[in-house]
Write a protein that binds this ligand. Structure first.
Ligand code: HEC
Length: 140
């Protein structure tokens, strides 16, 4: 795990994607997160892209919705006190992530071990921590 993060940190390739700046339909518009510097080189990125980004990605959805359901829900919940995009969160270590992923939460489904292994959850946690670090200090 530590090796994974270290090697990923060594190869810091960056790619900037825009977070949704658009207003949420109905209700108050949640504060937009700044553009995210992602870590395409991190081993956890692919797992996050496949399993989580459809709901937790930063950008607009394929359906044209301003935000994806996970990002939207968290934007409404935290109102800027925490980033809406998981990739900017520095408070989601593997144990916390595992709790949500194994149990589900609200509209989020649970993932069984056959769908997503503990090792894959750790990889995602490492990826999220790496992107949060890569973006630290770039907030508003
Ligand atoms: C089908 C959409 C969907 C998918 C796929 C999904 N999530 Fe979620 N997730 C949500 C929604 C919606 C919420 C907010 C749930 C609530 O209201 O409590 C959420 C909440 C969370 C939270 C809680 C954050 C907080 O501060 O409360 C974490 C952590 C999380 N998701 C991680 C993940 C990870 C990691 C993956 C991929 C393995 C994933 N989610 C896949 C929709 C999804």
């Amino acid at each position: 795990m530590r090796g994974v993060i270290a090697s990923a940190a060594a190869a810091l390739a960056v790619l900037t994607i825009a977070t949704s700046q658009a207003q949420a339909p109905g209700g108050a518009s949640p504060p937009a997160d700044p553009p995210i510097t992602v870590r395409p080189d991190h081993p956890g990125r692919l797992v996050f892209e496949r399993q989580c980004a459809a709901c937790h990605g930063a950008g607009p959805g394929d359906d044209g919705a301003a935000m994806l359901p996970g990002t939207m829900t968290l934007a409404r919940r935290y109102q800027g006190s925490r980033p809406a995009a998981l990739e900017l969160r520095d408070d989601l270590p593997a144990e916390a992530l595992r709790y949500f992923v194994r149990n589900g939460s609200g509209a989020m489904p649970m993932f069984r071990k056959a769908e997503l292994s503990d090792a894959q959850i750790e990889a995602i946690a490492g990826y999220i921590a790496a992107t949060a670090r890569a973006n630290a200090g770039s907030g508003p």
